[in-house]
Write a protein that binds this ligand. Structure first.
Ligand SMILES: [Zn+2]
Length: 168
């Protein structure tokens, strides 16, 4: 018998997608980042709903391709990818494990929840603790780090430069 596209369960799809990582921060999965919003089934097909971290994020095409090849490797063919732009992604969607993984790779996670954007704009400059030595004696070197969603900081105490994942 020829292999027909296998009907997978939502749990199985989720398990496969939990292995799909962010191309820019490979230790974080798309679920950690909150990019993977939802998986639902309709008429025997799965919809994988993703939200880009910011509009025009160049990593999104790679993420879609990675989702496709992960599902194909698992023999799951009955899916489509749905991009949902509203509500817009915010750094609040980073999971707790995602924030911890950022620290492990030396990236300072977003400093505060962004639900009140107005408050953040008027606030004094944020203190971003050094992910290496935890010192709060740090300074911003550049508004843009290795990617547009990060800023470059340096720790005054241990002299290590580090990326800070900006609040969006
Ligand atoms: Zn330090």
């Amino acid at each position: 018998m020829i292999d027909a596209p296998r009907l997978a369960s939502i749990d199985e799809v989720l398990l496969v997608l939990n292995e799909v990582c962010d191309p820019e921060i490979p230790s974080l999965t798309i679920a950690d980042l909150g990019i993977l919003r939802e998986i639902y089934e309709r008429d025997g097909n799965f919809a994988v709903v993703i939200t880009p971290t910011y509009s025009g994020c160049p990593a999104m095409q790679t993420i879609e391709d990675d989702i496709g090849s992960a599902l194909a490797n698992a023999g799951i063919g009955n899916y489509r990818i749905e991009t949902r732009l509203a509500p817009a992604w915010t750094t609040d969607w980073l999971s707790e494990s995602g924030r911890n993984k950022l620290l492990e790779v030396g990236i300072a996670p977003p400093a505060e929840a962004t639900s009140d954007k107005r408050k953040i704009r008027s606030a004094r400059p944020l203190i971003i603790p050094c992910p290496q030595c935890k010192s709060s004696n740090t300074e911003r070197i550049s508004e843009f780090g290795s990617t547009a969603c990060k800023a470059l900081y340096r720790c005054v105490d241990c002299r290590e430069p580090f990326d800070y994942f900006k609040c969006i």
